[in-house]
Design a protein around this ligand. Sequence first.
Ligand code: RB5
Length: 158
Amino acid sequence: MEKRPSEPPHTAIAIGCDHAAYPLKEKIKSFLVNLGYPVEDVGTFSQNSVDYPEFAMRVAAHISNGMYERGILLCGTGIGMSMVANRFRNVRAALCSDPFSARLSRQHNDANILVLGGRMLGETMAVETVDAWLNTSFDGGRHQKRLEMFNQSGQESS
Ligand code: RB5
């Protein structure tokens, strides 16, 4: 995929997956790298069976402790990754299956981790979902107040 001209410097992104989403993770990583995003890939690095919580925790910890502003997680359905990531303080992980939900997860929920299901989405839809998520800002206002209502709650953390 071609680099887009005159884009601002990109936010670094932490990405992780399990075996079920390894092929899609590689596609998404190439898409990001081609656009100039610095990417830290925390694994997994093959289709050998692994435990998704390990990789969810690596990315969620990076977001929770402020090392990265944005993360992307992928597993078979996206459900397990979402469950684990949302246990971390300050993590707002959104399981999205289309650009519309991805956009709204940014506008209304300020989602800082995008979660995708590698067995649920085709490559084109996944890439378009990532693109929409990366290029949409948080609306703030009434949505900020709502985030504050649950931002400090939840389990620990990094
Ligand atoms: C792995 O088989 C599968 O359970 C995992 O990828 C994910 O879908 C869990 O939520």
